[in-house]
Design a protein. Structure first.
Length: 618
């Protein structure tokens, strides 16, 4: 019996004996198939930490927490089918495989490592005995793309779009005792559809990558009272918070918001009706910034007319503003908390060689952001992907400003140069629905300071209208209508939004102030280095290759000094280097794709990055 290297390593992690590559296992012939990991093309330091008992066990929603919850991540039954196969539900016997949720089926960590157009998931679970008398909510962080959910053969939810969360109240579908059955059907054709897909492709290559279908974020349960808080909309400024507690099942309850120092004393409180915008002034405010990412604790209660606590949730937020001010030469510049602040950071794709769209562990999710800080940077552009809530939590905690891209519709490079045709009406409807849902879902994240609806014209249409709709939905942040307005499939500049964004490789670009908008280099760099022991199989690609780590560092310094000159001469407000890590065949990351090596000399690069931020913050 031959065992793969990934199996041997994982058995060692689990404490099972491995001798000369052979493990003796006695399994009854009638037993159900067990979950088995696959060999990833490239492992990370966290690959072999993942298993049935350690599939992202952390609380998934840091900005609205309750003490009682149940994680449904782990081993599920799985049946995959092609588009040509019948779509009737499988019988129990037809669930012939086991998948590790929430890793997408295409990933090695899932144990499947292939794409299926139709995915069927099944999970048997128990409701804790002390949840009696409560409503039970079933939460999905994200499922790509069309999900239908049944509990005990009763449909409880249907959701479209691969990047946003959804919830079902499953109370009425639950049996009074014993086991409960959860079934999820997912349809995902990847890029052959009218949904936003970002960089996912059925045929990856170049700047497009392996698709990630099905359940790819945490699935979990929580008990809530009939009257309960659903969501908190938190908008900060320099003197306090505006908090809107959204609630269900309320009648005569009132809402109370309490702001405290981290783990400490109360500093302010406010009460009002649920659904009402409550202003909570904070005395002696301590502002949030990359240099001081200070976060206040929030507690929100629903109170009965007699003052009894009906529901209580906990949250956090930082005090900050984002906008523009004129510099000494009268040029518009980005300002954090009223002070000119140069945004300098990487293009962050959020891909993993073992989990594709899903980081193997929470430590891994945090690692990329920690490395970004160590590189002397203060900013991240999250590129055409929406991350799990814990990624934004770590950006908030560590102190990184974030631009959030909307995942783009499918784009093809096979057509003639210039703007692509408008998407079909169905694609527009899907795009706008998910864009609105994304903004609403992430509106309380402290670190997010800008929205990017389009990238380089991919699926671009009605640019000014879309930009204005995002600004109307969230006036507190900046809107970058089309990052890379000067290149690729982009439409002519409409003058909409707050930002004019240039893409030039290797660059840096040299955009000029032209109106009320600030100017940025939304993408530049792309310097490559091939490290054969730490790369994805296939032909490597970069905008400029370098032969050694030393030469890569020298070129980075040269480009960075040029960028500093552009910052001073042109009044640039931000610059985004391509990219955080290598991704599949792209080898132009600060880090290798497996996250094991920082490719340029870190202290030299960090010093340069800090110098650019300093020059641009004056």
């Amino acid at each position: 019996m031959m065992l793969s290297s990934v199996r041997i390593k994982r058995l060692a992690v689990l404490g099972l004996g491995v001798l000369a590559g052979i493990v003796m296992v006695t399994t009854p012939a009638s037993a159900a198939p067990a979950w088995e990991p696959k060999d990833p093309p490239l492992s990370t330091p966290w690959t072999y930490q993942v298993g049935p008992g350690n599939a992202l066990p952390e609380y998934p929603r840091p900005q609205l927490t309750r003490p009682r919850w149940q994680n449904l991540n782990g081993v599920w039954e799985y049946a995959g089918r092609s588009a040509s196969a019948r779509s009737a539900p499988p019988s129990i016997a037809e669930y012939g495989e086991r998948i590790l949720v929430p890793y997408p089926p295409e990933s090695a960590l899932s144990g499947i490592q292939r794409h299926d157009d139709f995915m069927w998931y099944r999970k048997v679970f128990q409701i804790p005995g002390d949840w009696g008398g409560q409503r039970v909510l079933l939460h999905f962080g994200a499922v790509d793309q069309i999900a239908t959910v049944w509990v005990n053969n009763q449909q409880v939810a249907q959701h479209e779009g691969g990047y946003t969360e959804f919830t079902a109240d499953i109370t009425r579908a639950l049996r009074s005792h014993g086991s409960q059955e959860l079934t999820v059907r997912v349809e995902d054709r990847n890029d052959i559809n009218t949904f936003p897909v970002g960089k996912q492709r059925n045929k990856p290559g170049g700047i497009f990558y392996t698709g990630a279908s099905g359940i790819w974020q945490t699935v979990w349960l929580e008990p809530v009272p009939y009257a309960h808080v659903d969501k908190l909309d938190i908008t900060p400024d320099l003197t306090g918070f505006a908090v809107t507690p959204r609630a269900s099942g309320v009648s005569d309850q009132r809402a109370e918001v309490v702001v405290s120092e981290p783990g400490g004393a109360e500093v302010a409180r406010s009460t009002g009706k649920p659904g009402q915008r409550l202003r909570v002034p904070v005395p002696r405010p301590r502002l949030w910034s990359p240099d001081d990412p200070y976060l206040y604790d929030l507690r929100v209660r629903l109170l009965s007319p007699f003052g009894h606590v009906v529901d209580e949730v906990r949250s956090y937020a930082g005090l900050r503003t984002i906008g523009t001010v004129d510099d000494a030469q009268g040029r518009p510049r980005i300002a954090l908390n009223g002070k000119i602040t140069f945004l300098h950071g990487p293009l962050d794709q959020g891909y993993w060689p073992d989990g594709i769209y899903t980081a193997p562990t929470d430590e891994a999710l945090r690692f990329d952001l920690e490395r970004t800080k160590a590189l002397g940077l203060n900013f991240v552009r999250k590129h055409v992907k929406v991350e799990p809530a814990r990624w934004y939590y770590w950006a908030d905690k560590l102190g990184l400003l974030v631009w959030q891209d909307m995942p783009s519709l499918t784009v093809s490079f096979d057509g003639p140069p210039g703007p692509a045709p408008d998407p079909v009406p169905e694609a527009k409807a899907h795009f706008e629905a998910e864009l609105a849902a994304m903004v609403d879902q992430l509106r309380s994240v402290t670190s997010i300071v800008g929205w990017v609806p389009f990238n380089e014209g991919w699926g671009e249409y009605d640019t000014a209208r879309i930009a204005n709709s995002v600004k109307s939905a969230d006036p507190s942040r900046m809107v970058n209508p089309n990052s890379g307005v000067n290149c690729c499939f982009s439409r002519p500049d409409t003058g909409a939004g707050d930002i004019y964004d240039d893409h030039t490789y290797v660059g840096p670009g040299r955009p000029q102030i032209r109106d009320h908008r600030v100017i940025v280099d939304g993408e530049y760099g792309g310097l490559g280095l091939v490290l054969d022991g730490n790369r994805w199989p296939g032909p490597p690609q970069a905008y400029e290759m370098t032969p050694t780590r030393q030469r890569l560092t020298e070129r980075y310094v040269e480009v960075s000094r040029d960028l500093e000159n552009v910052v001073r001469a042109n009044g640039l407000s931000g610059a985004i280097y391509t990219q955080t890590t290598d991704v599949e065949n792209e080898v132009n990351g600060y880090l290798t794709y497996d996250r094991r090596v920082v490719k340029p000399v870190l202290p030299v690069v960090a010093e340069r990055n800090r110098a650019v931020i300093s020059a641009g913050s004056q």
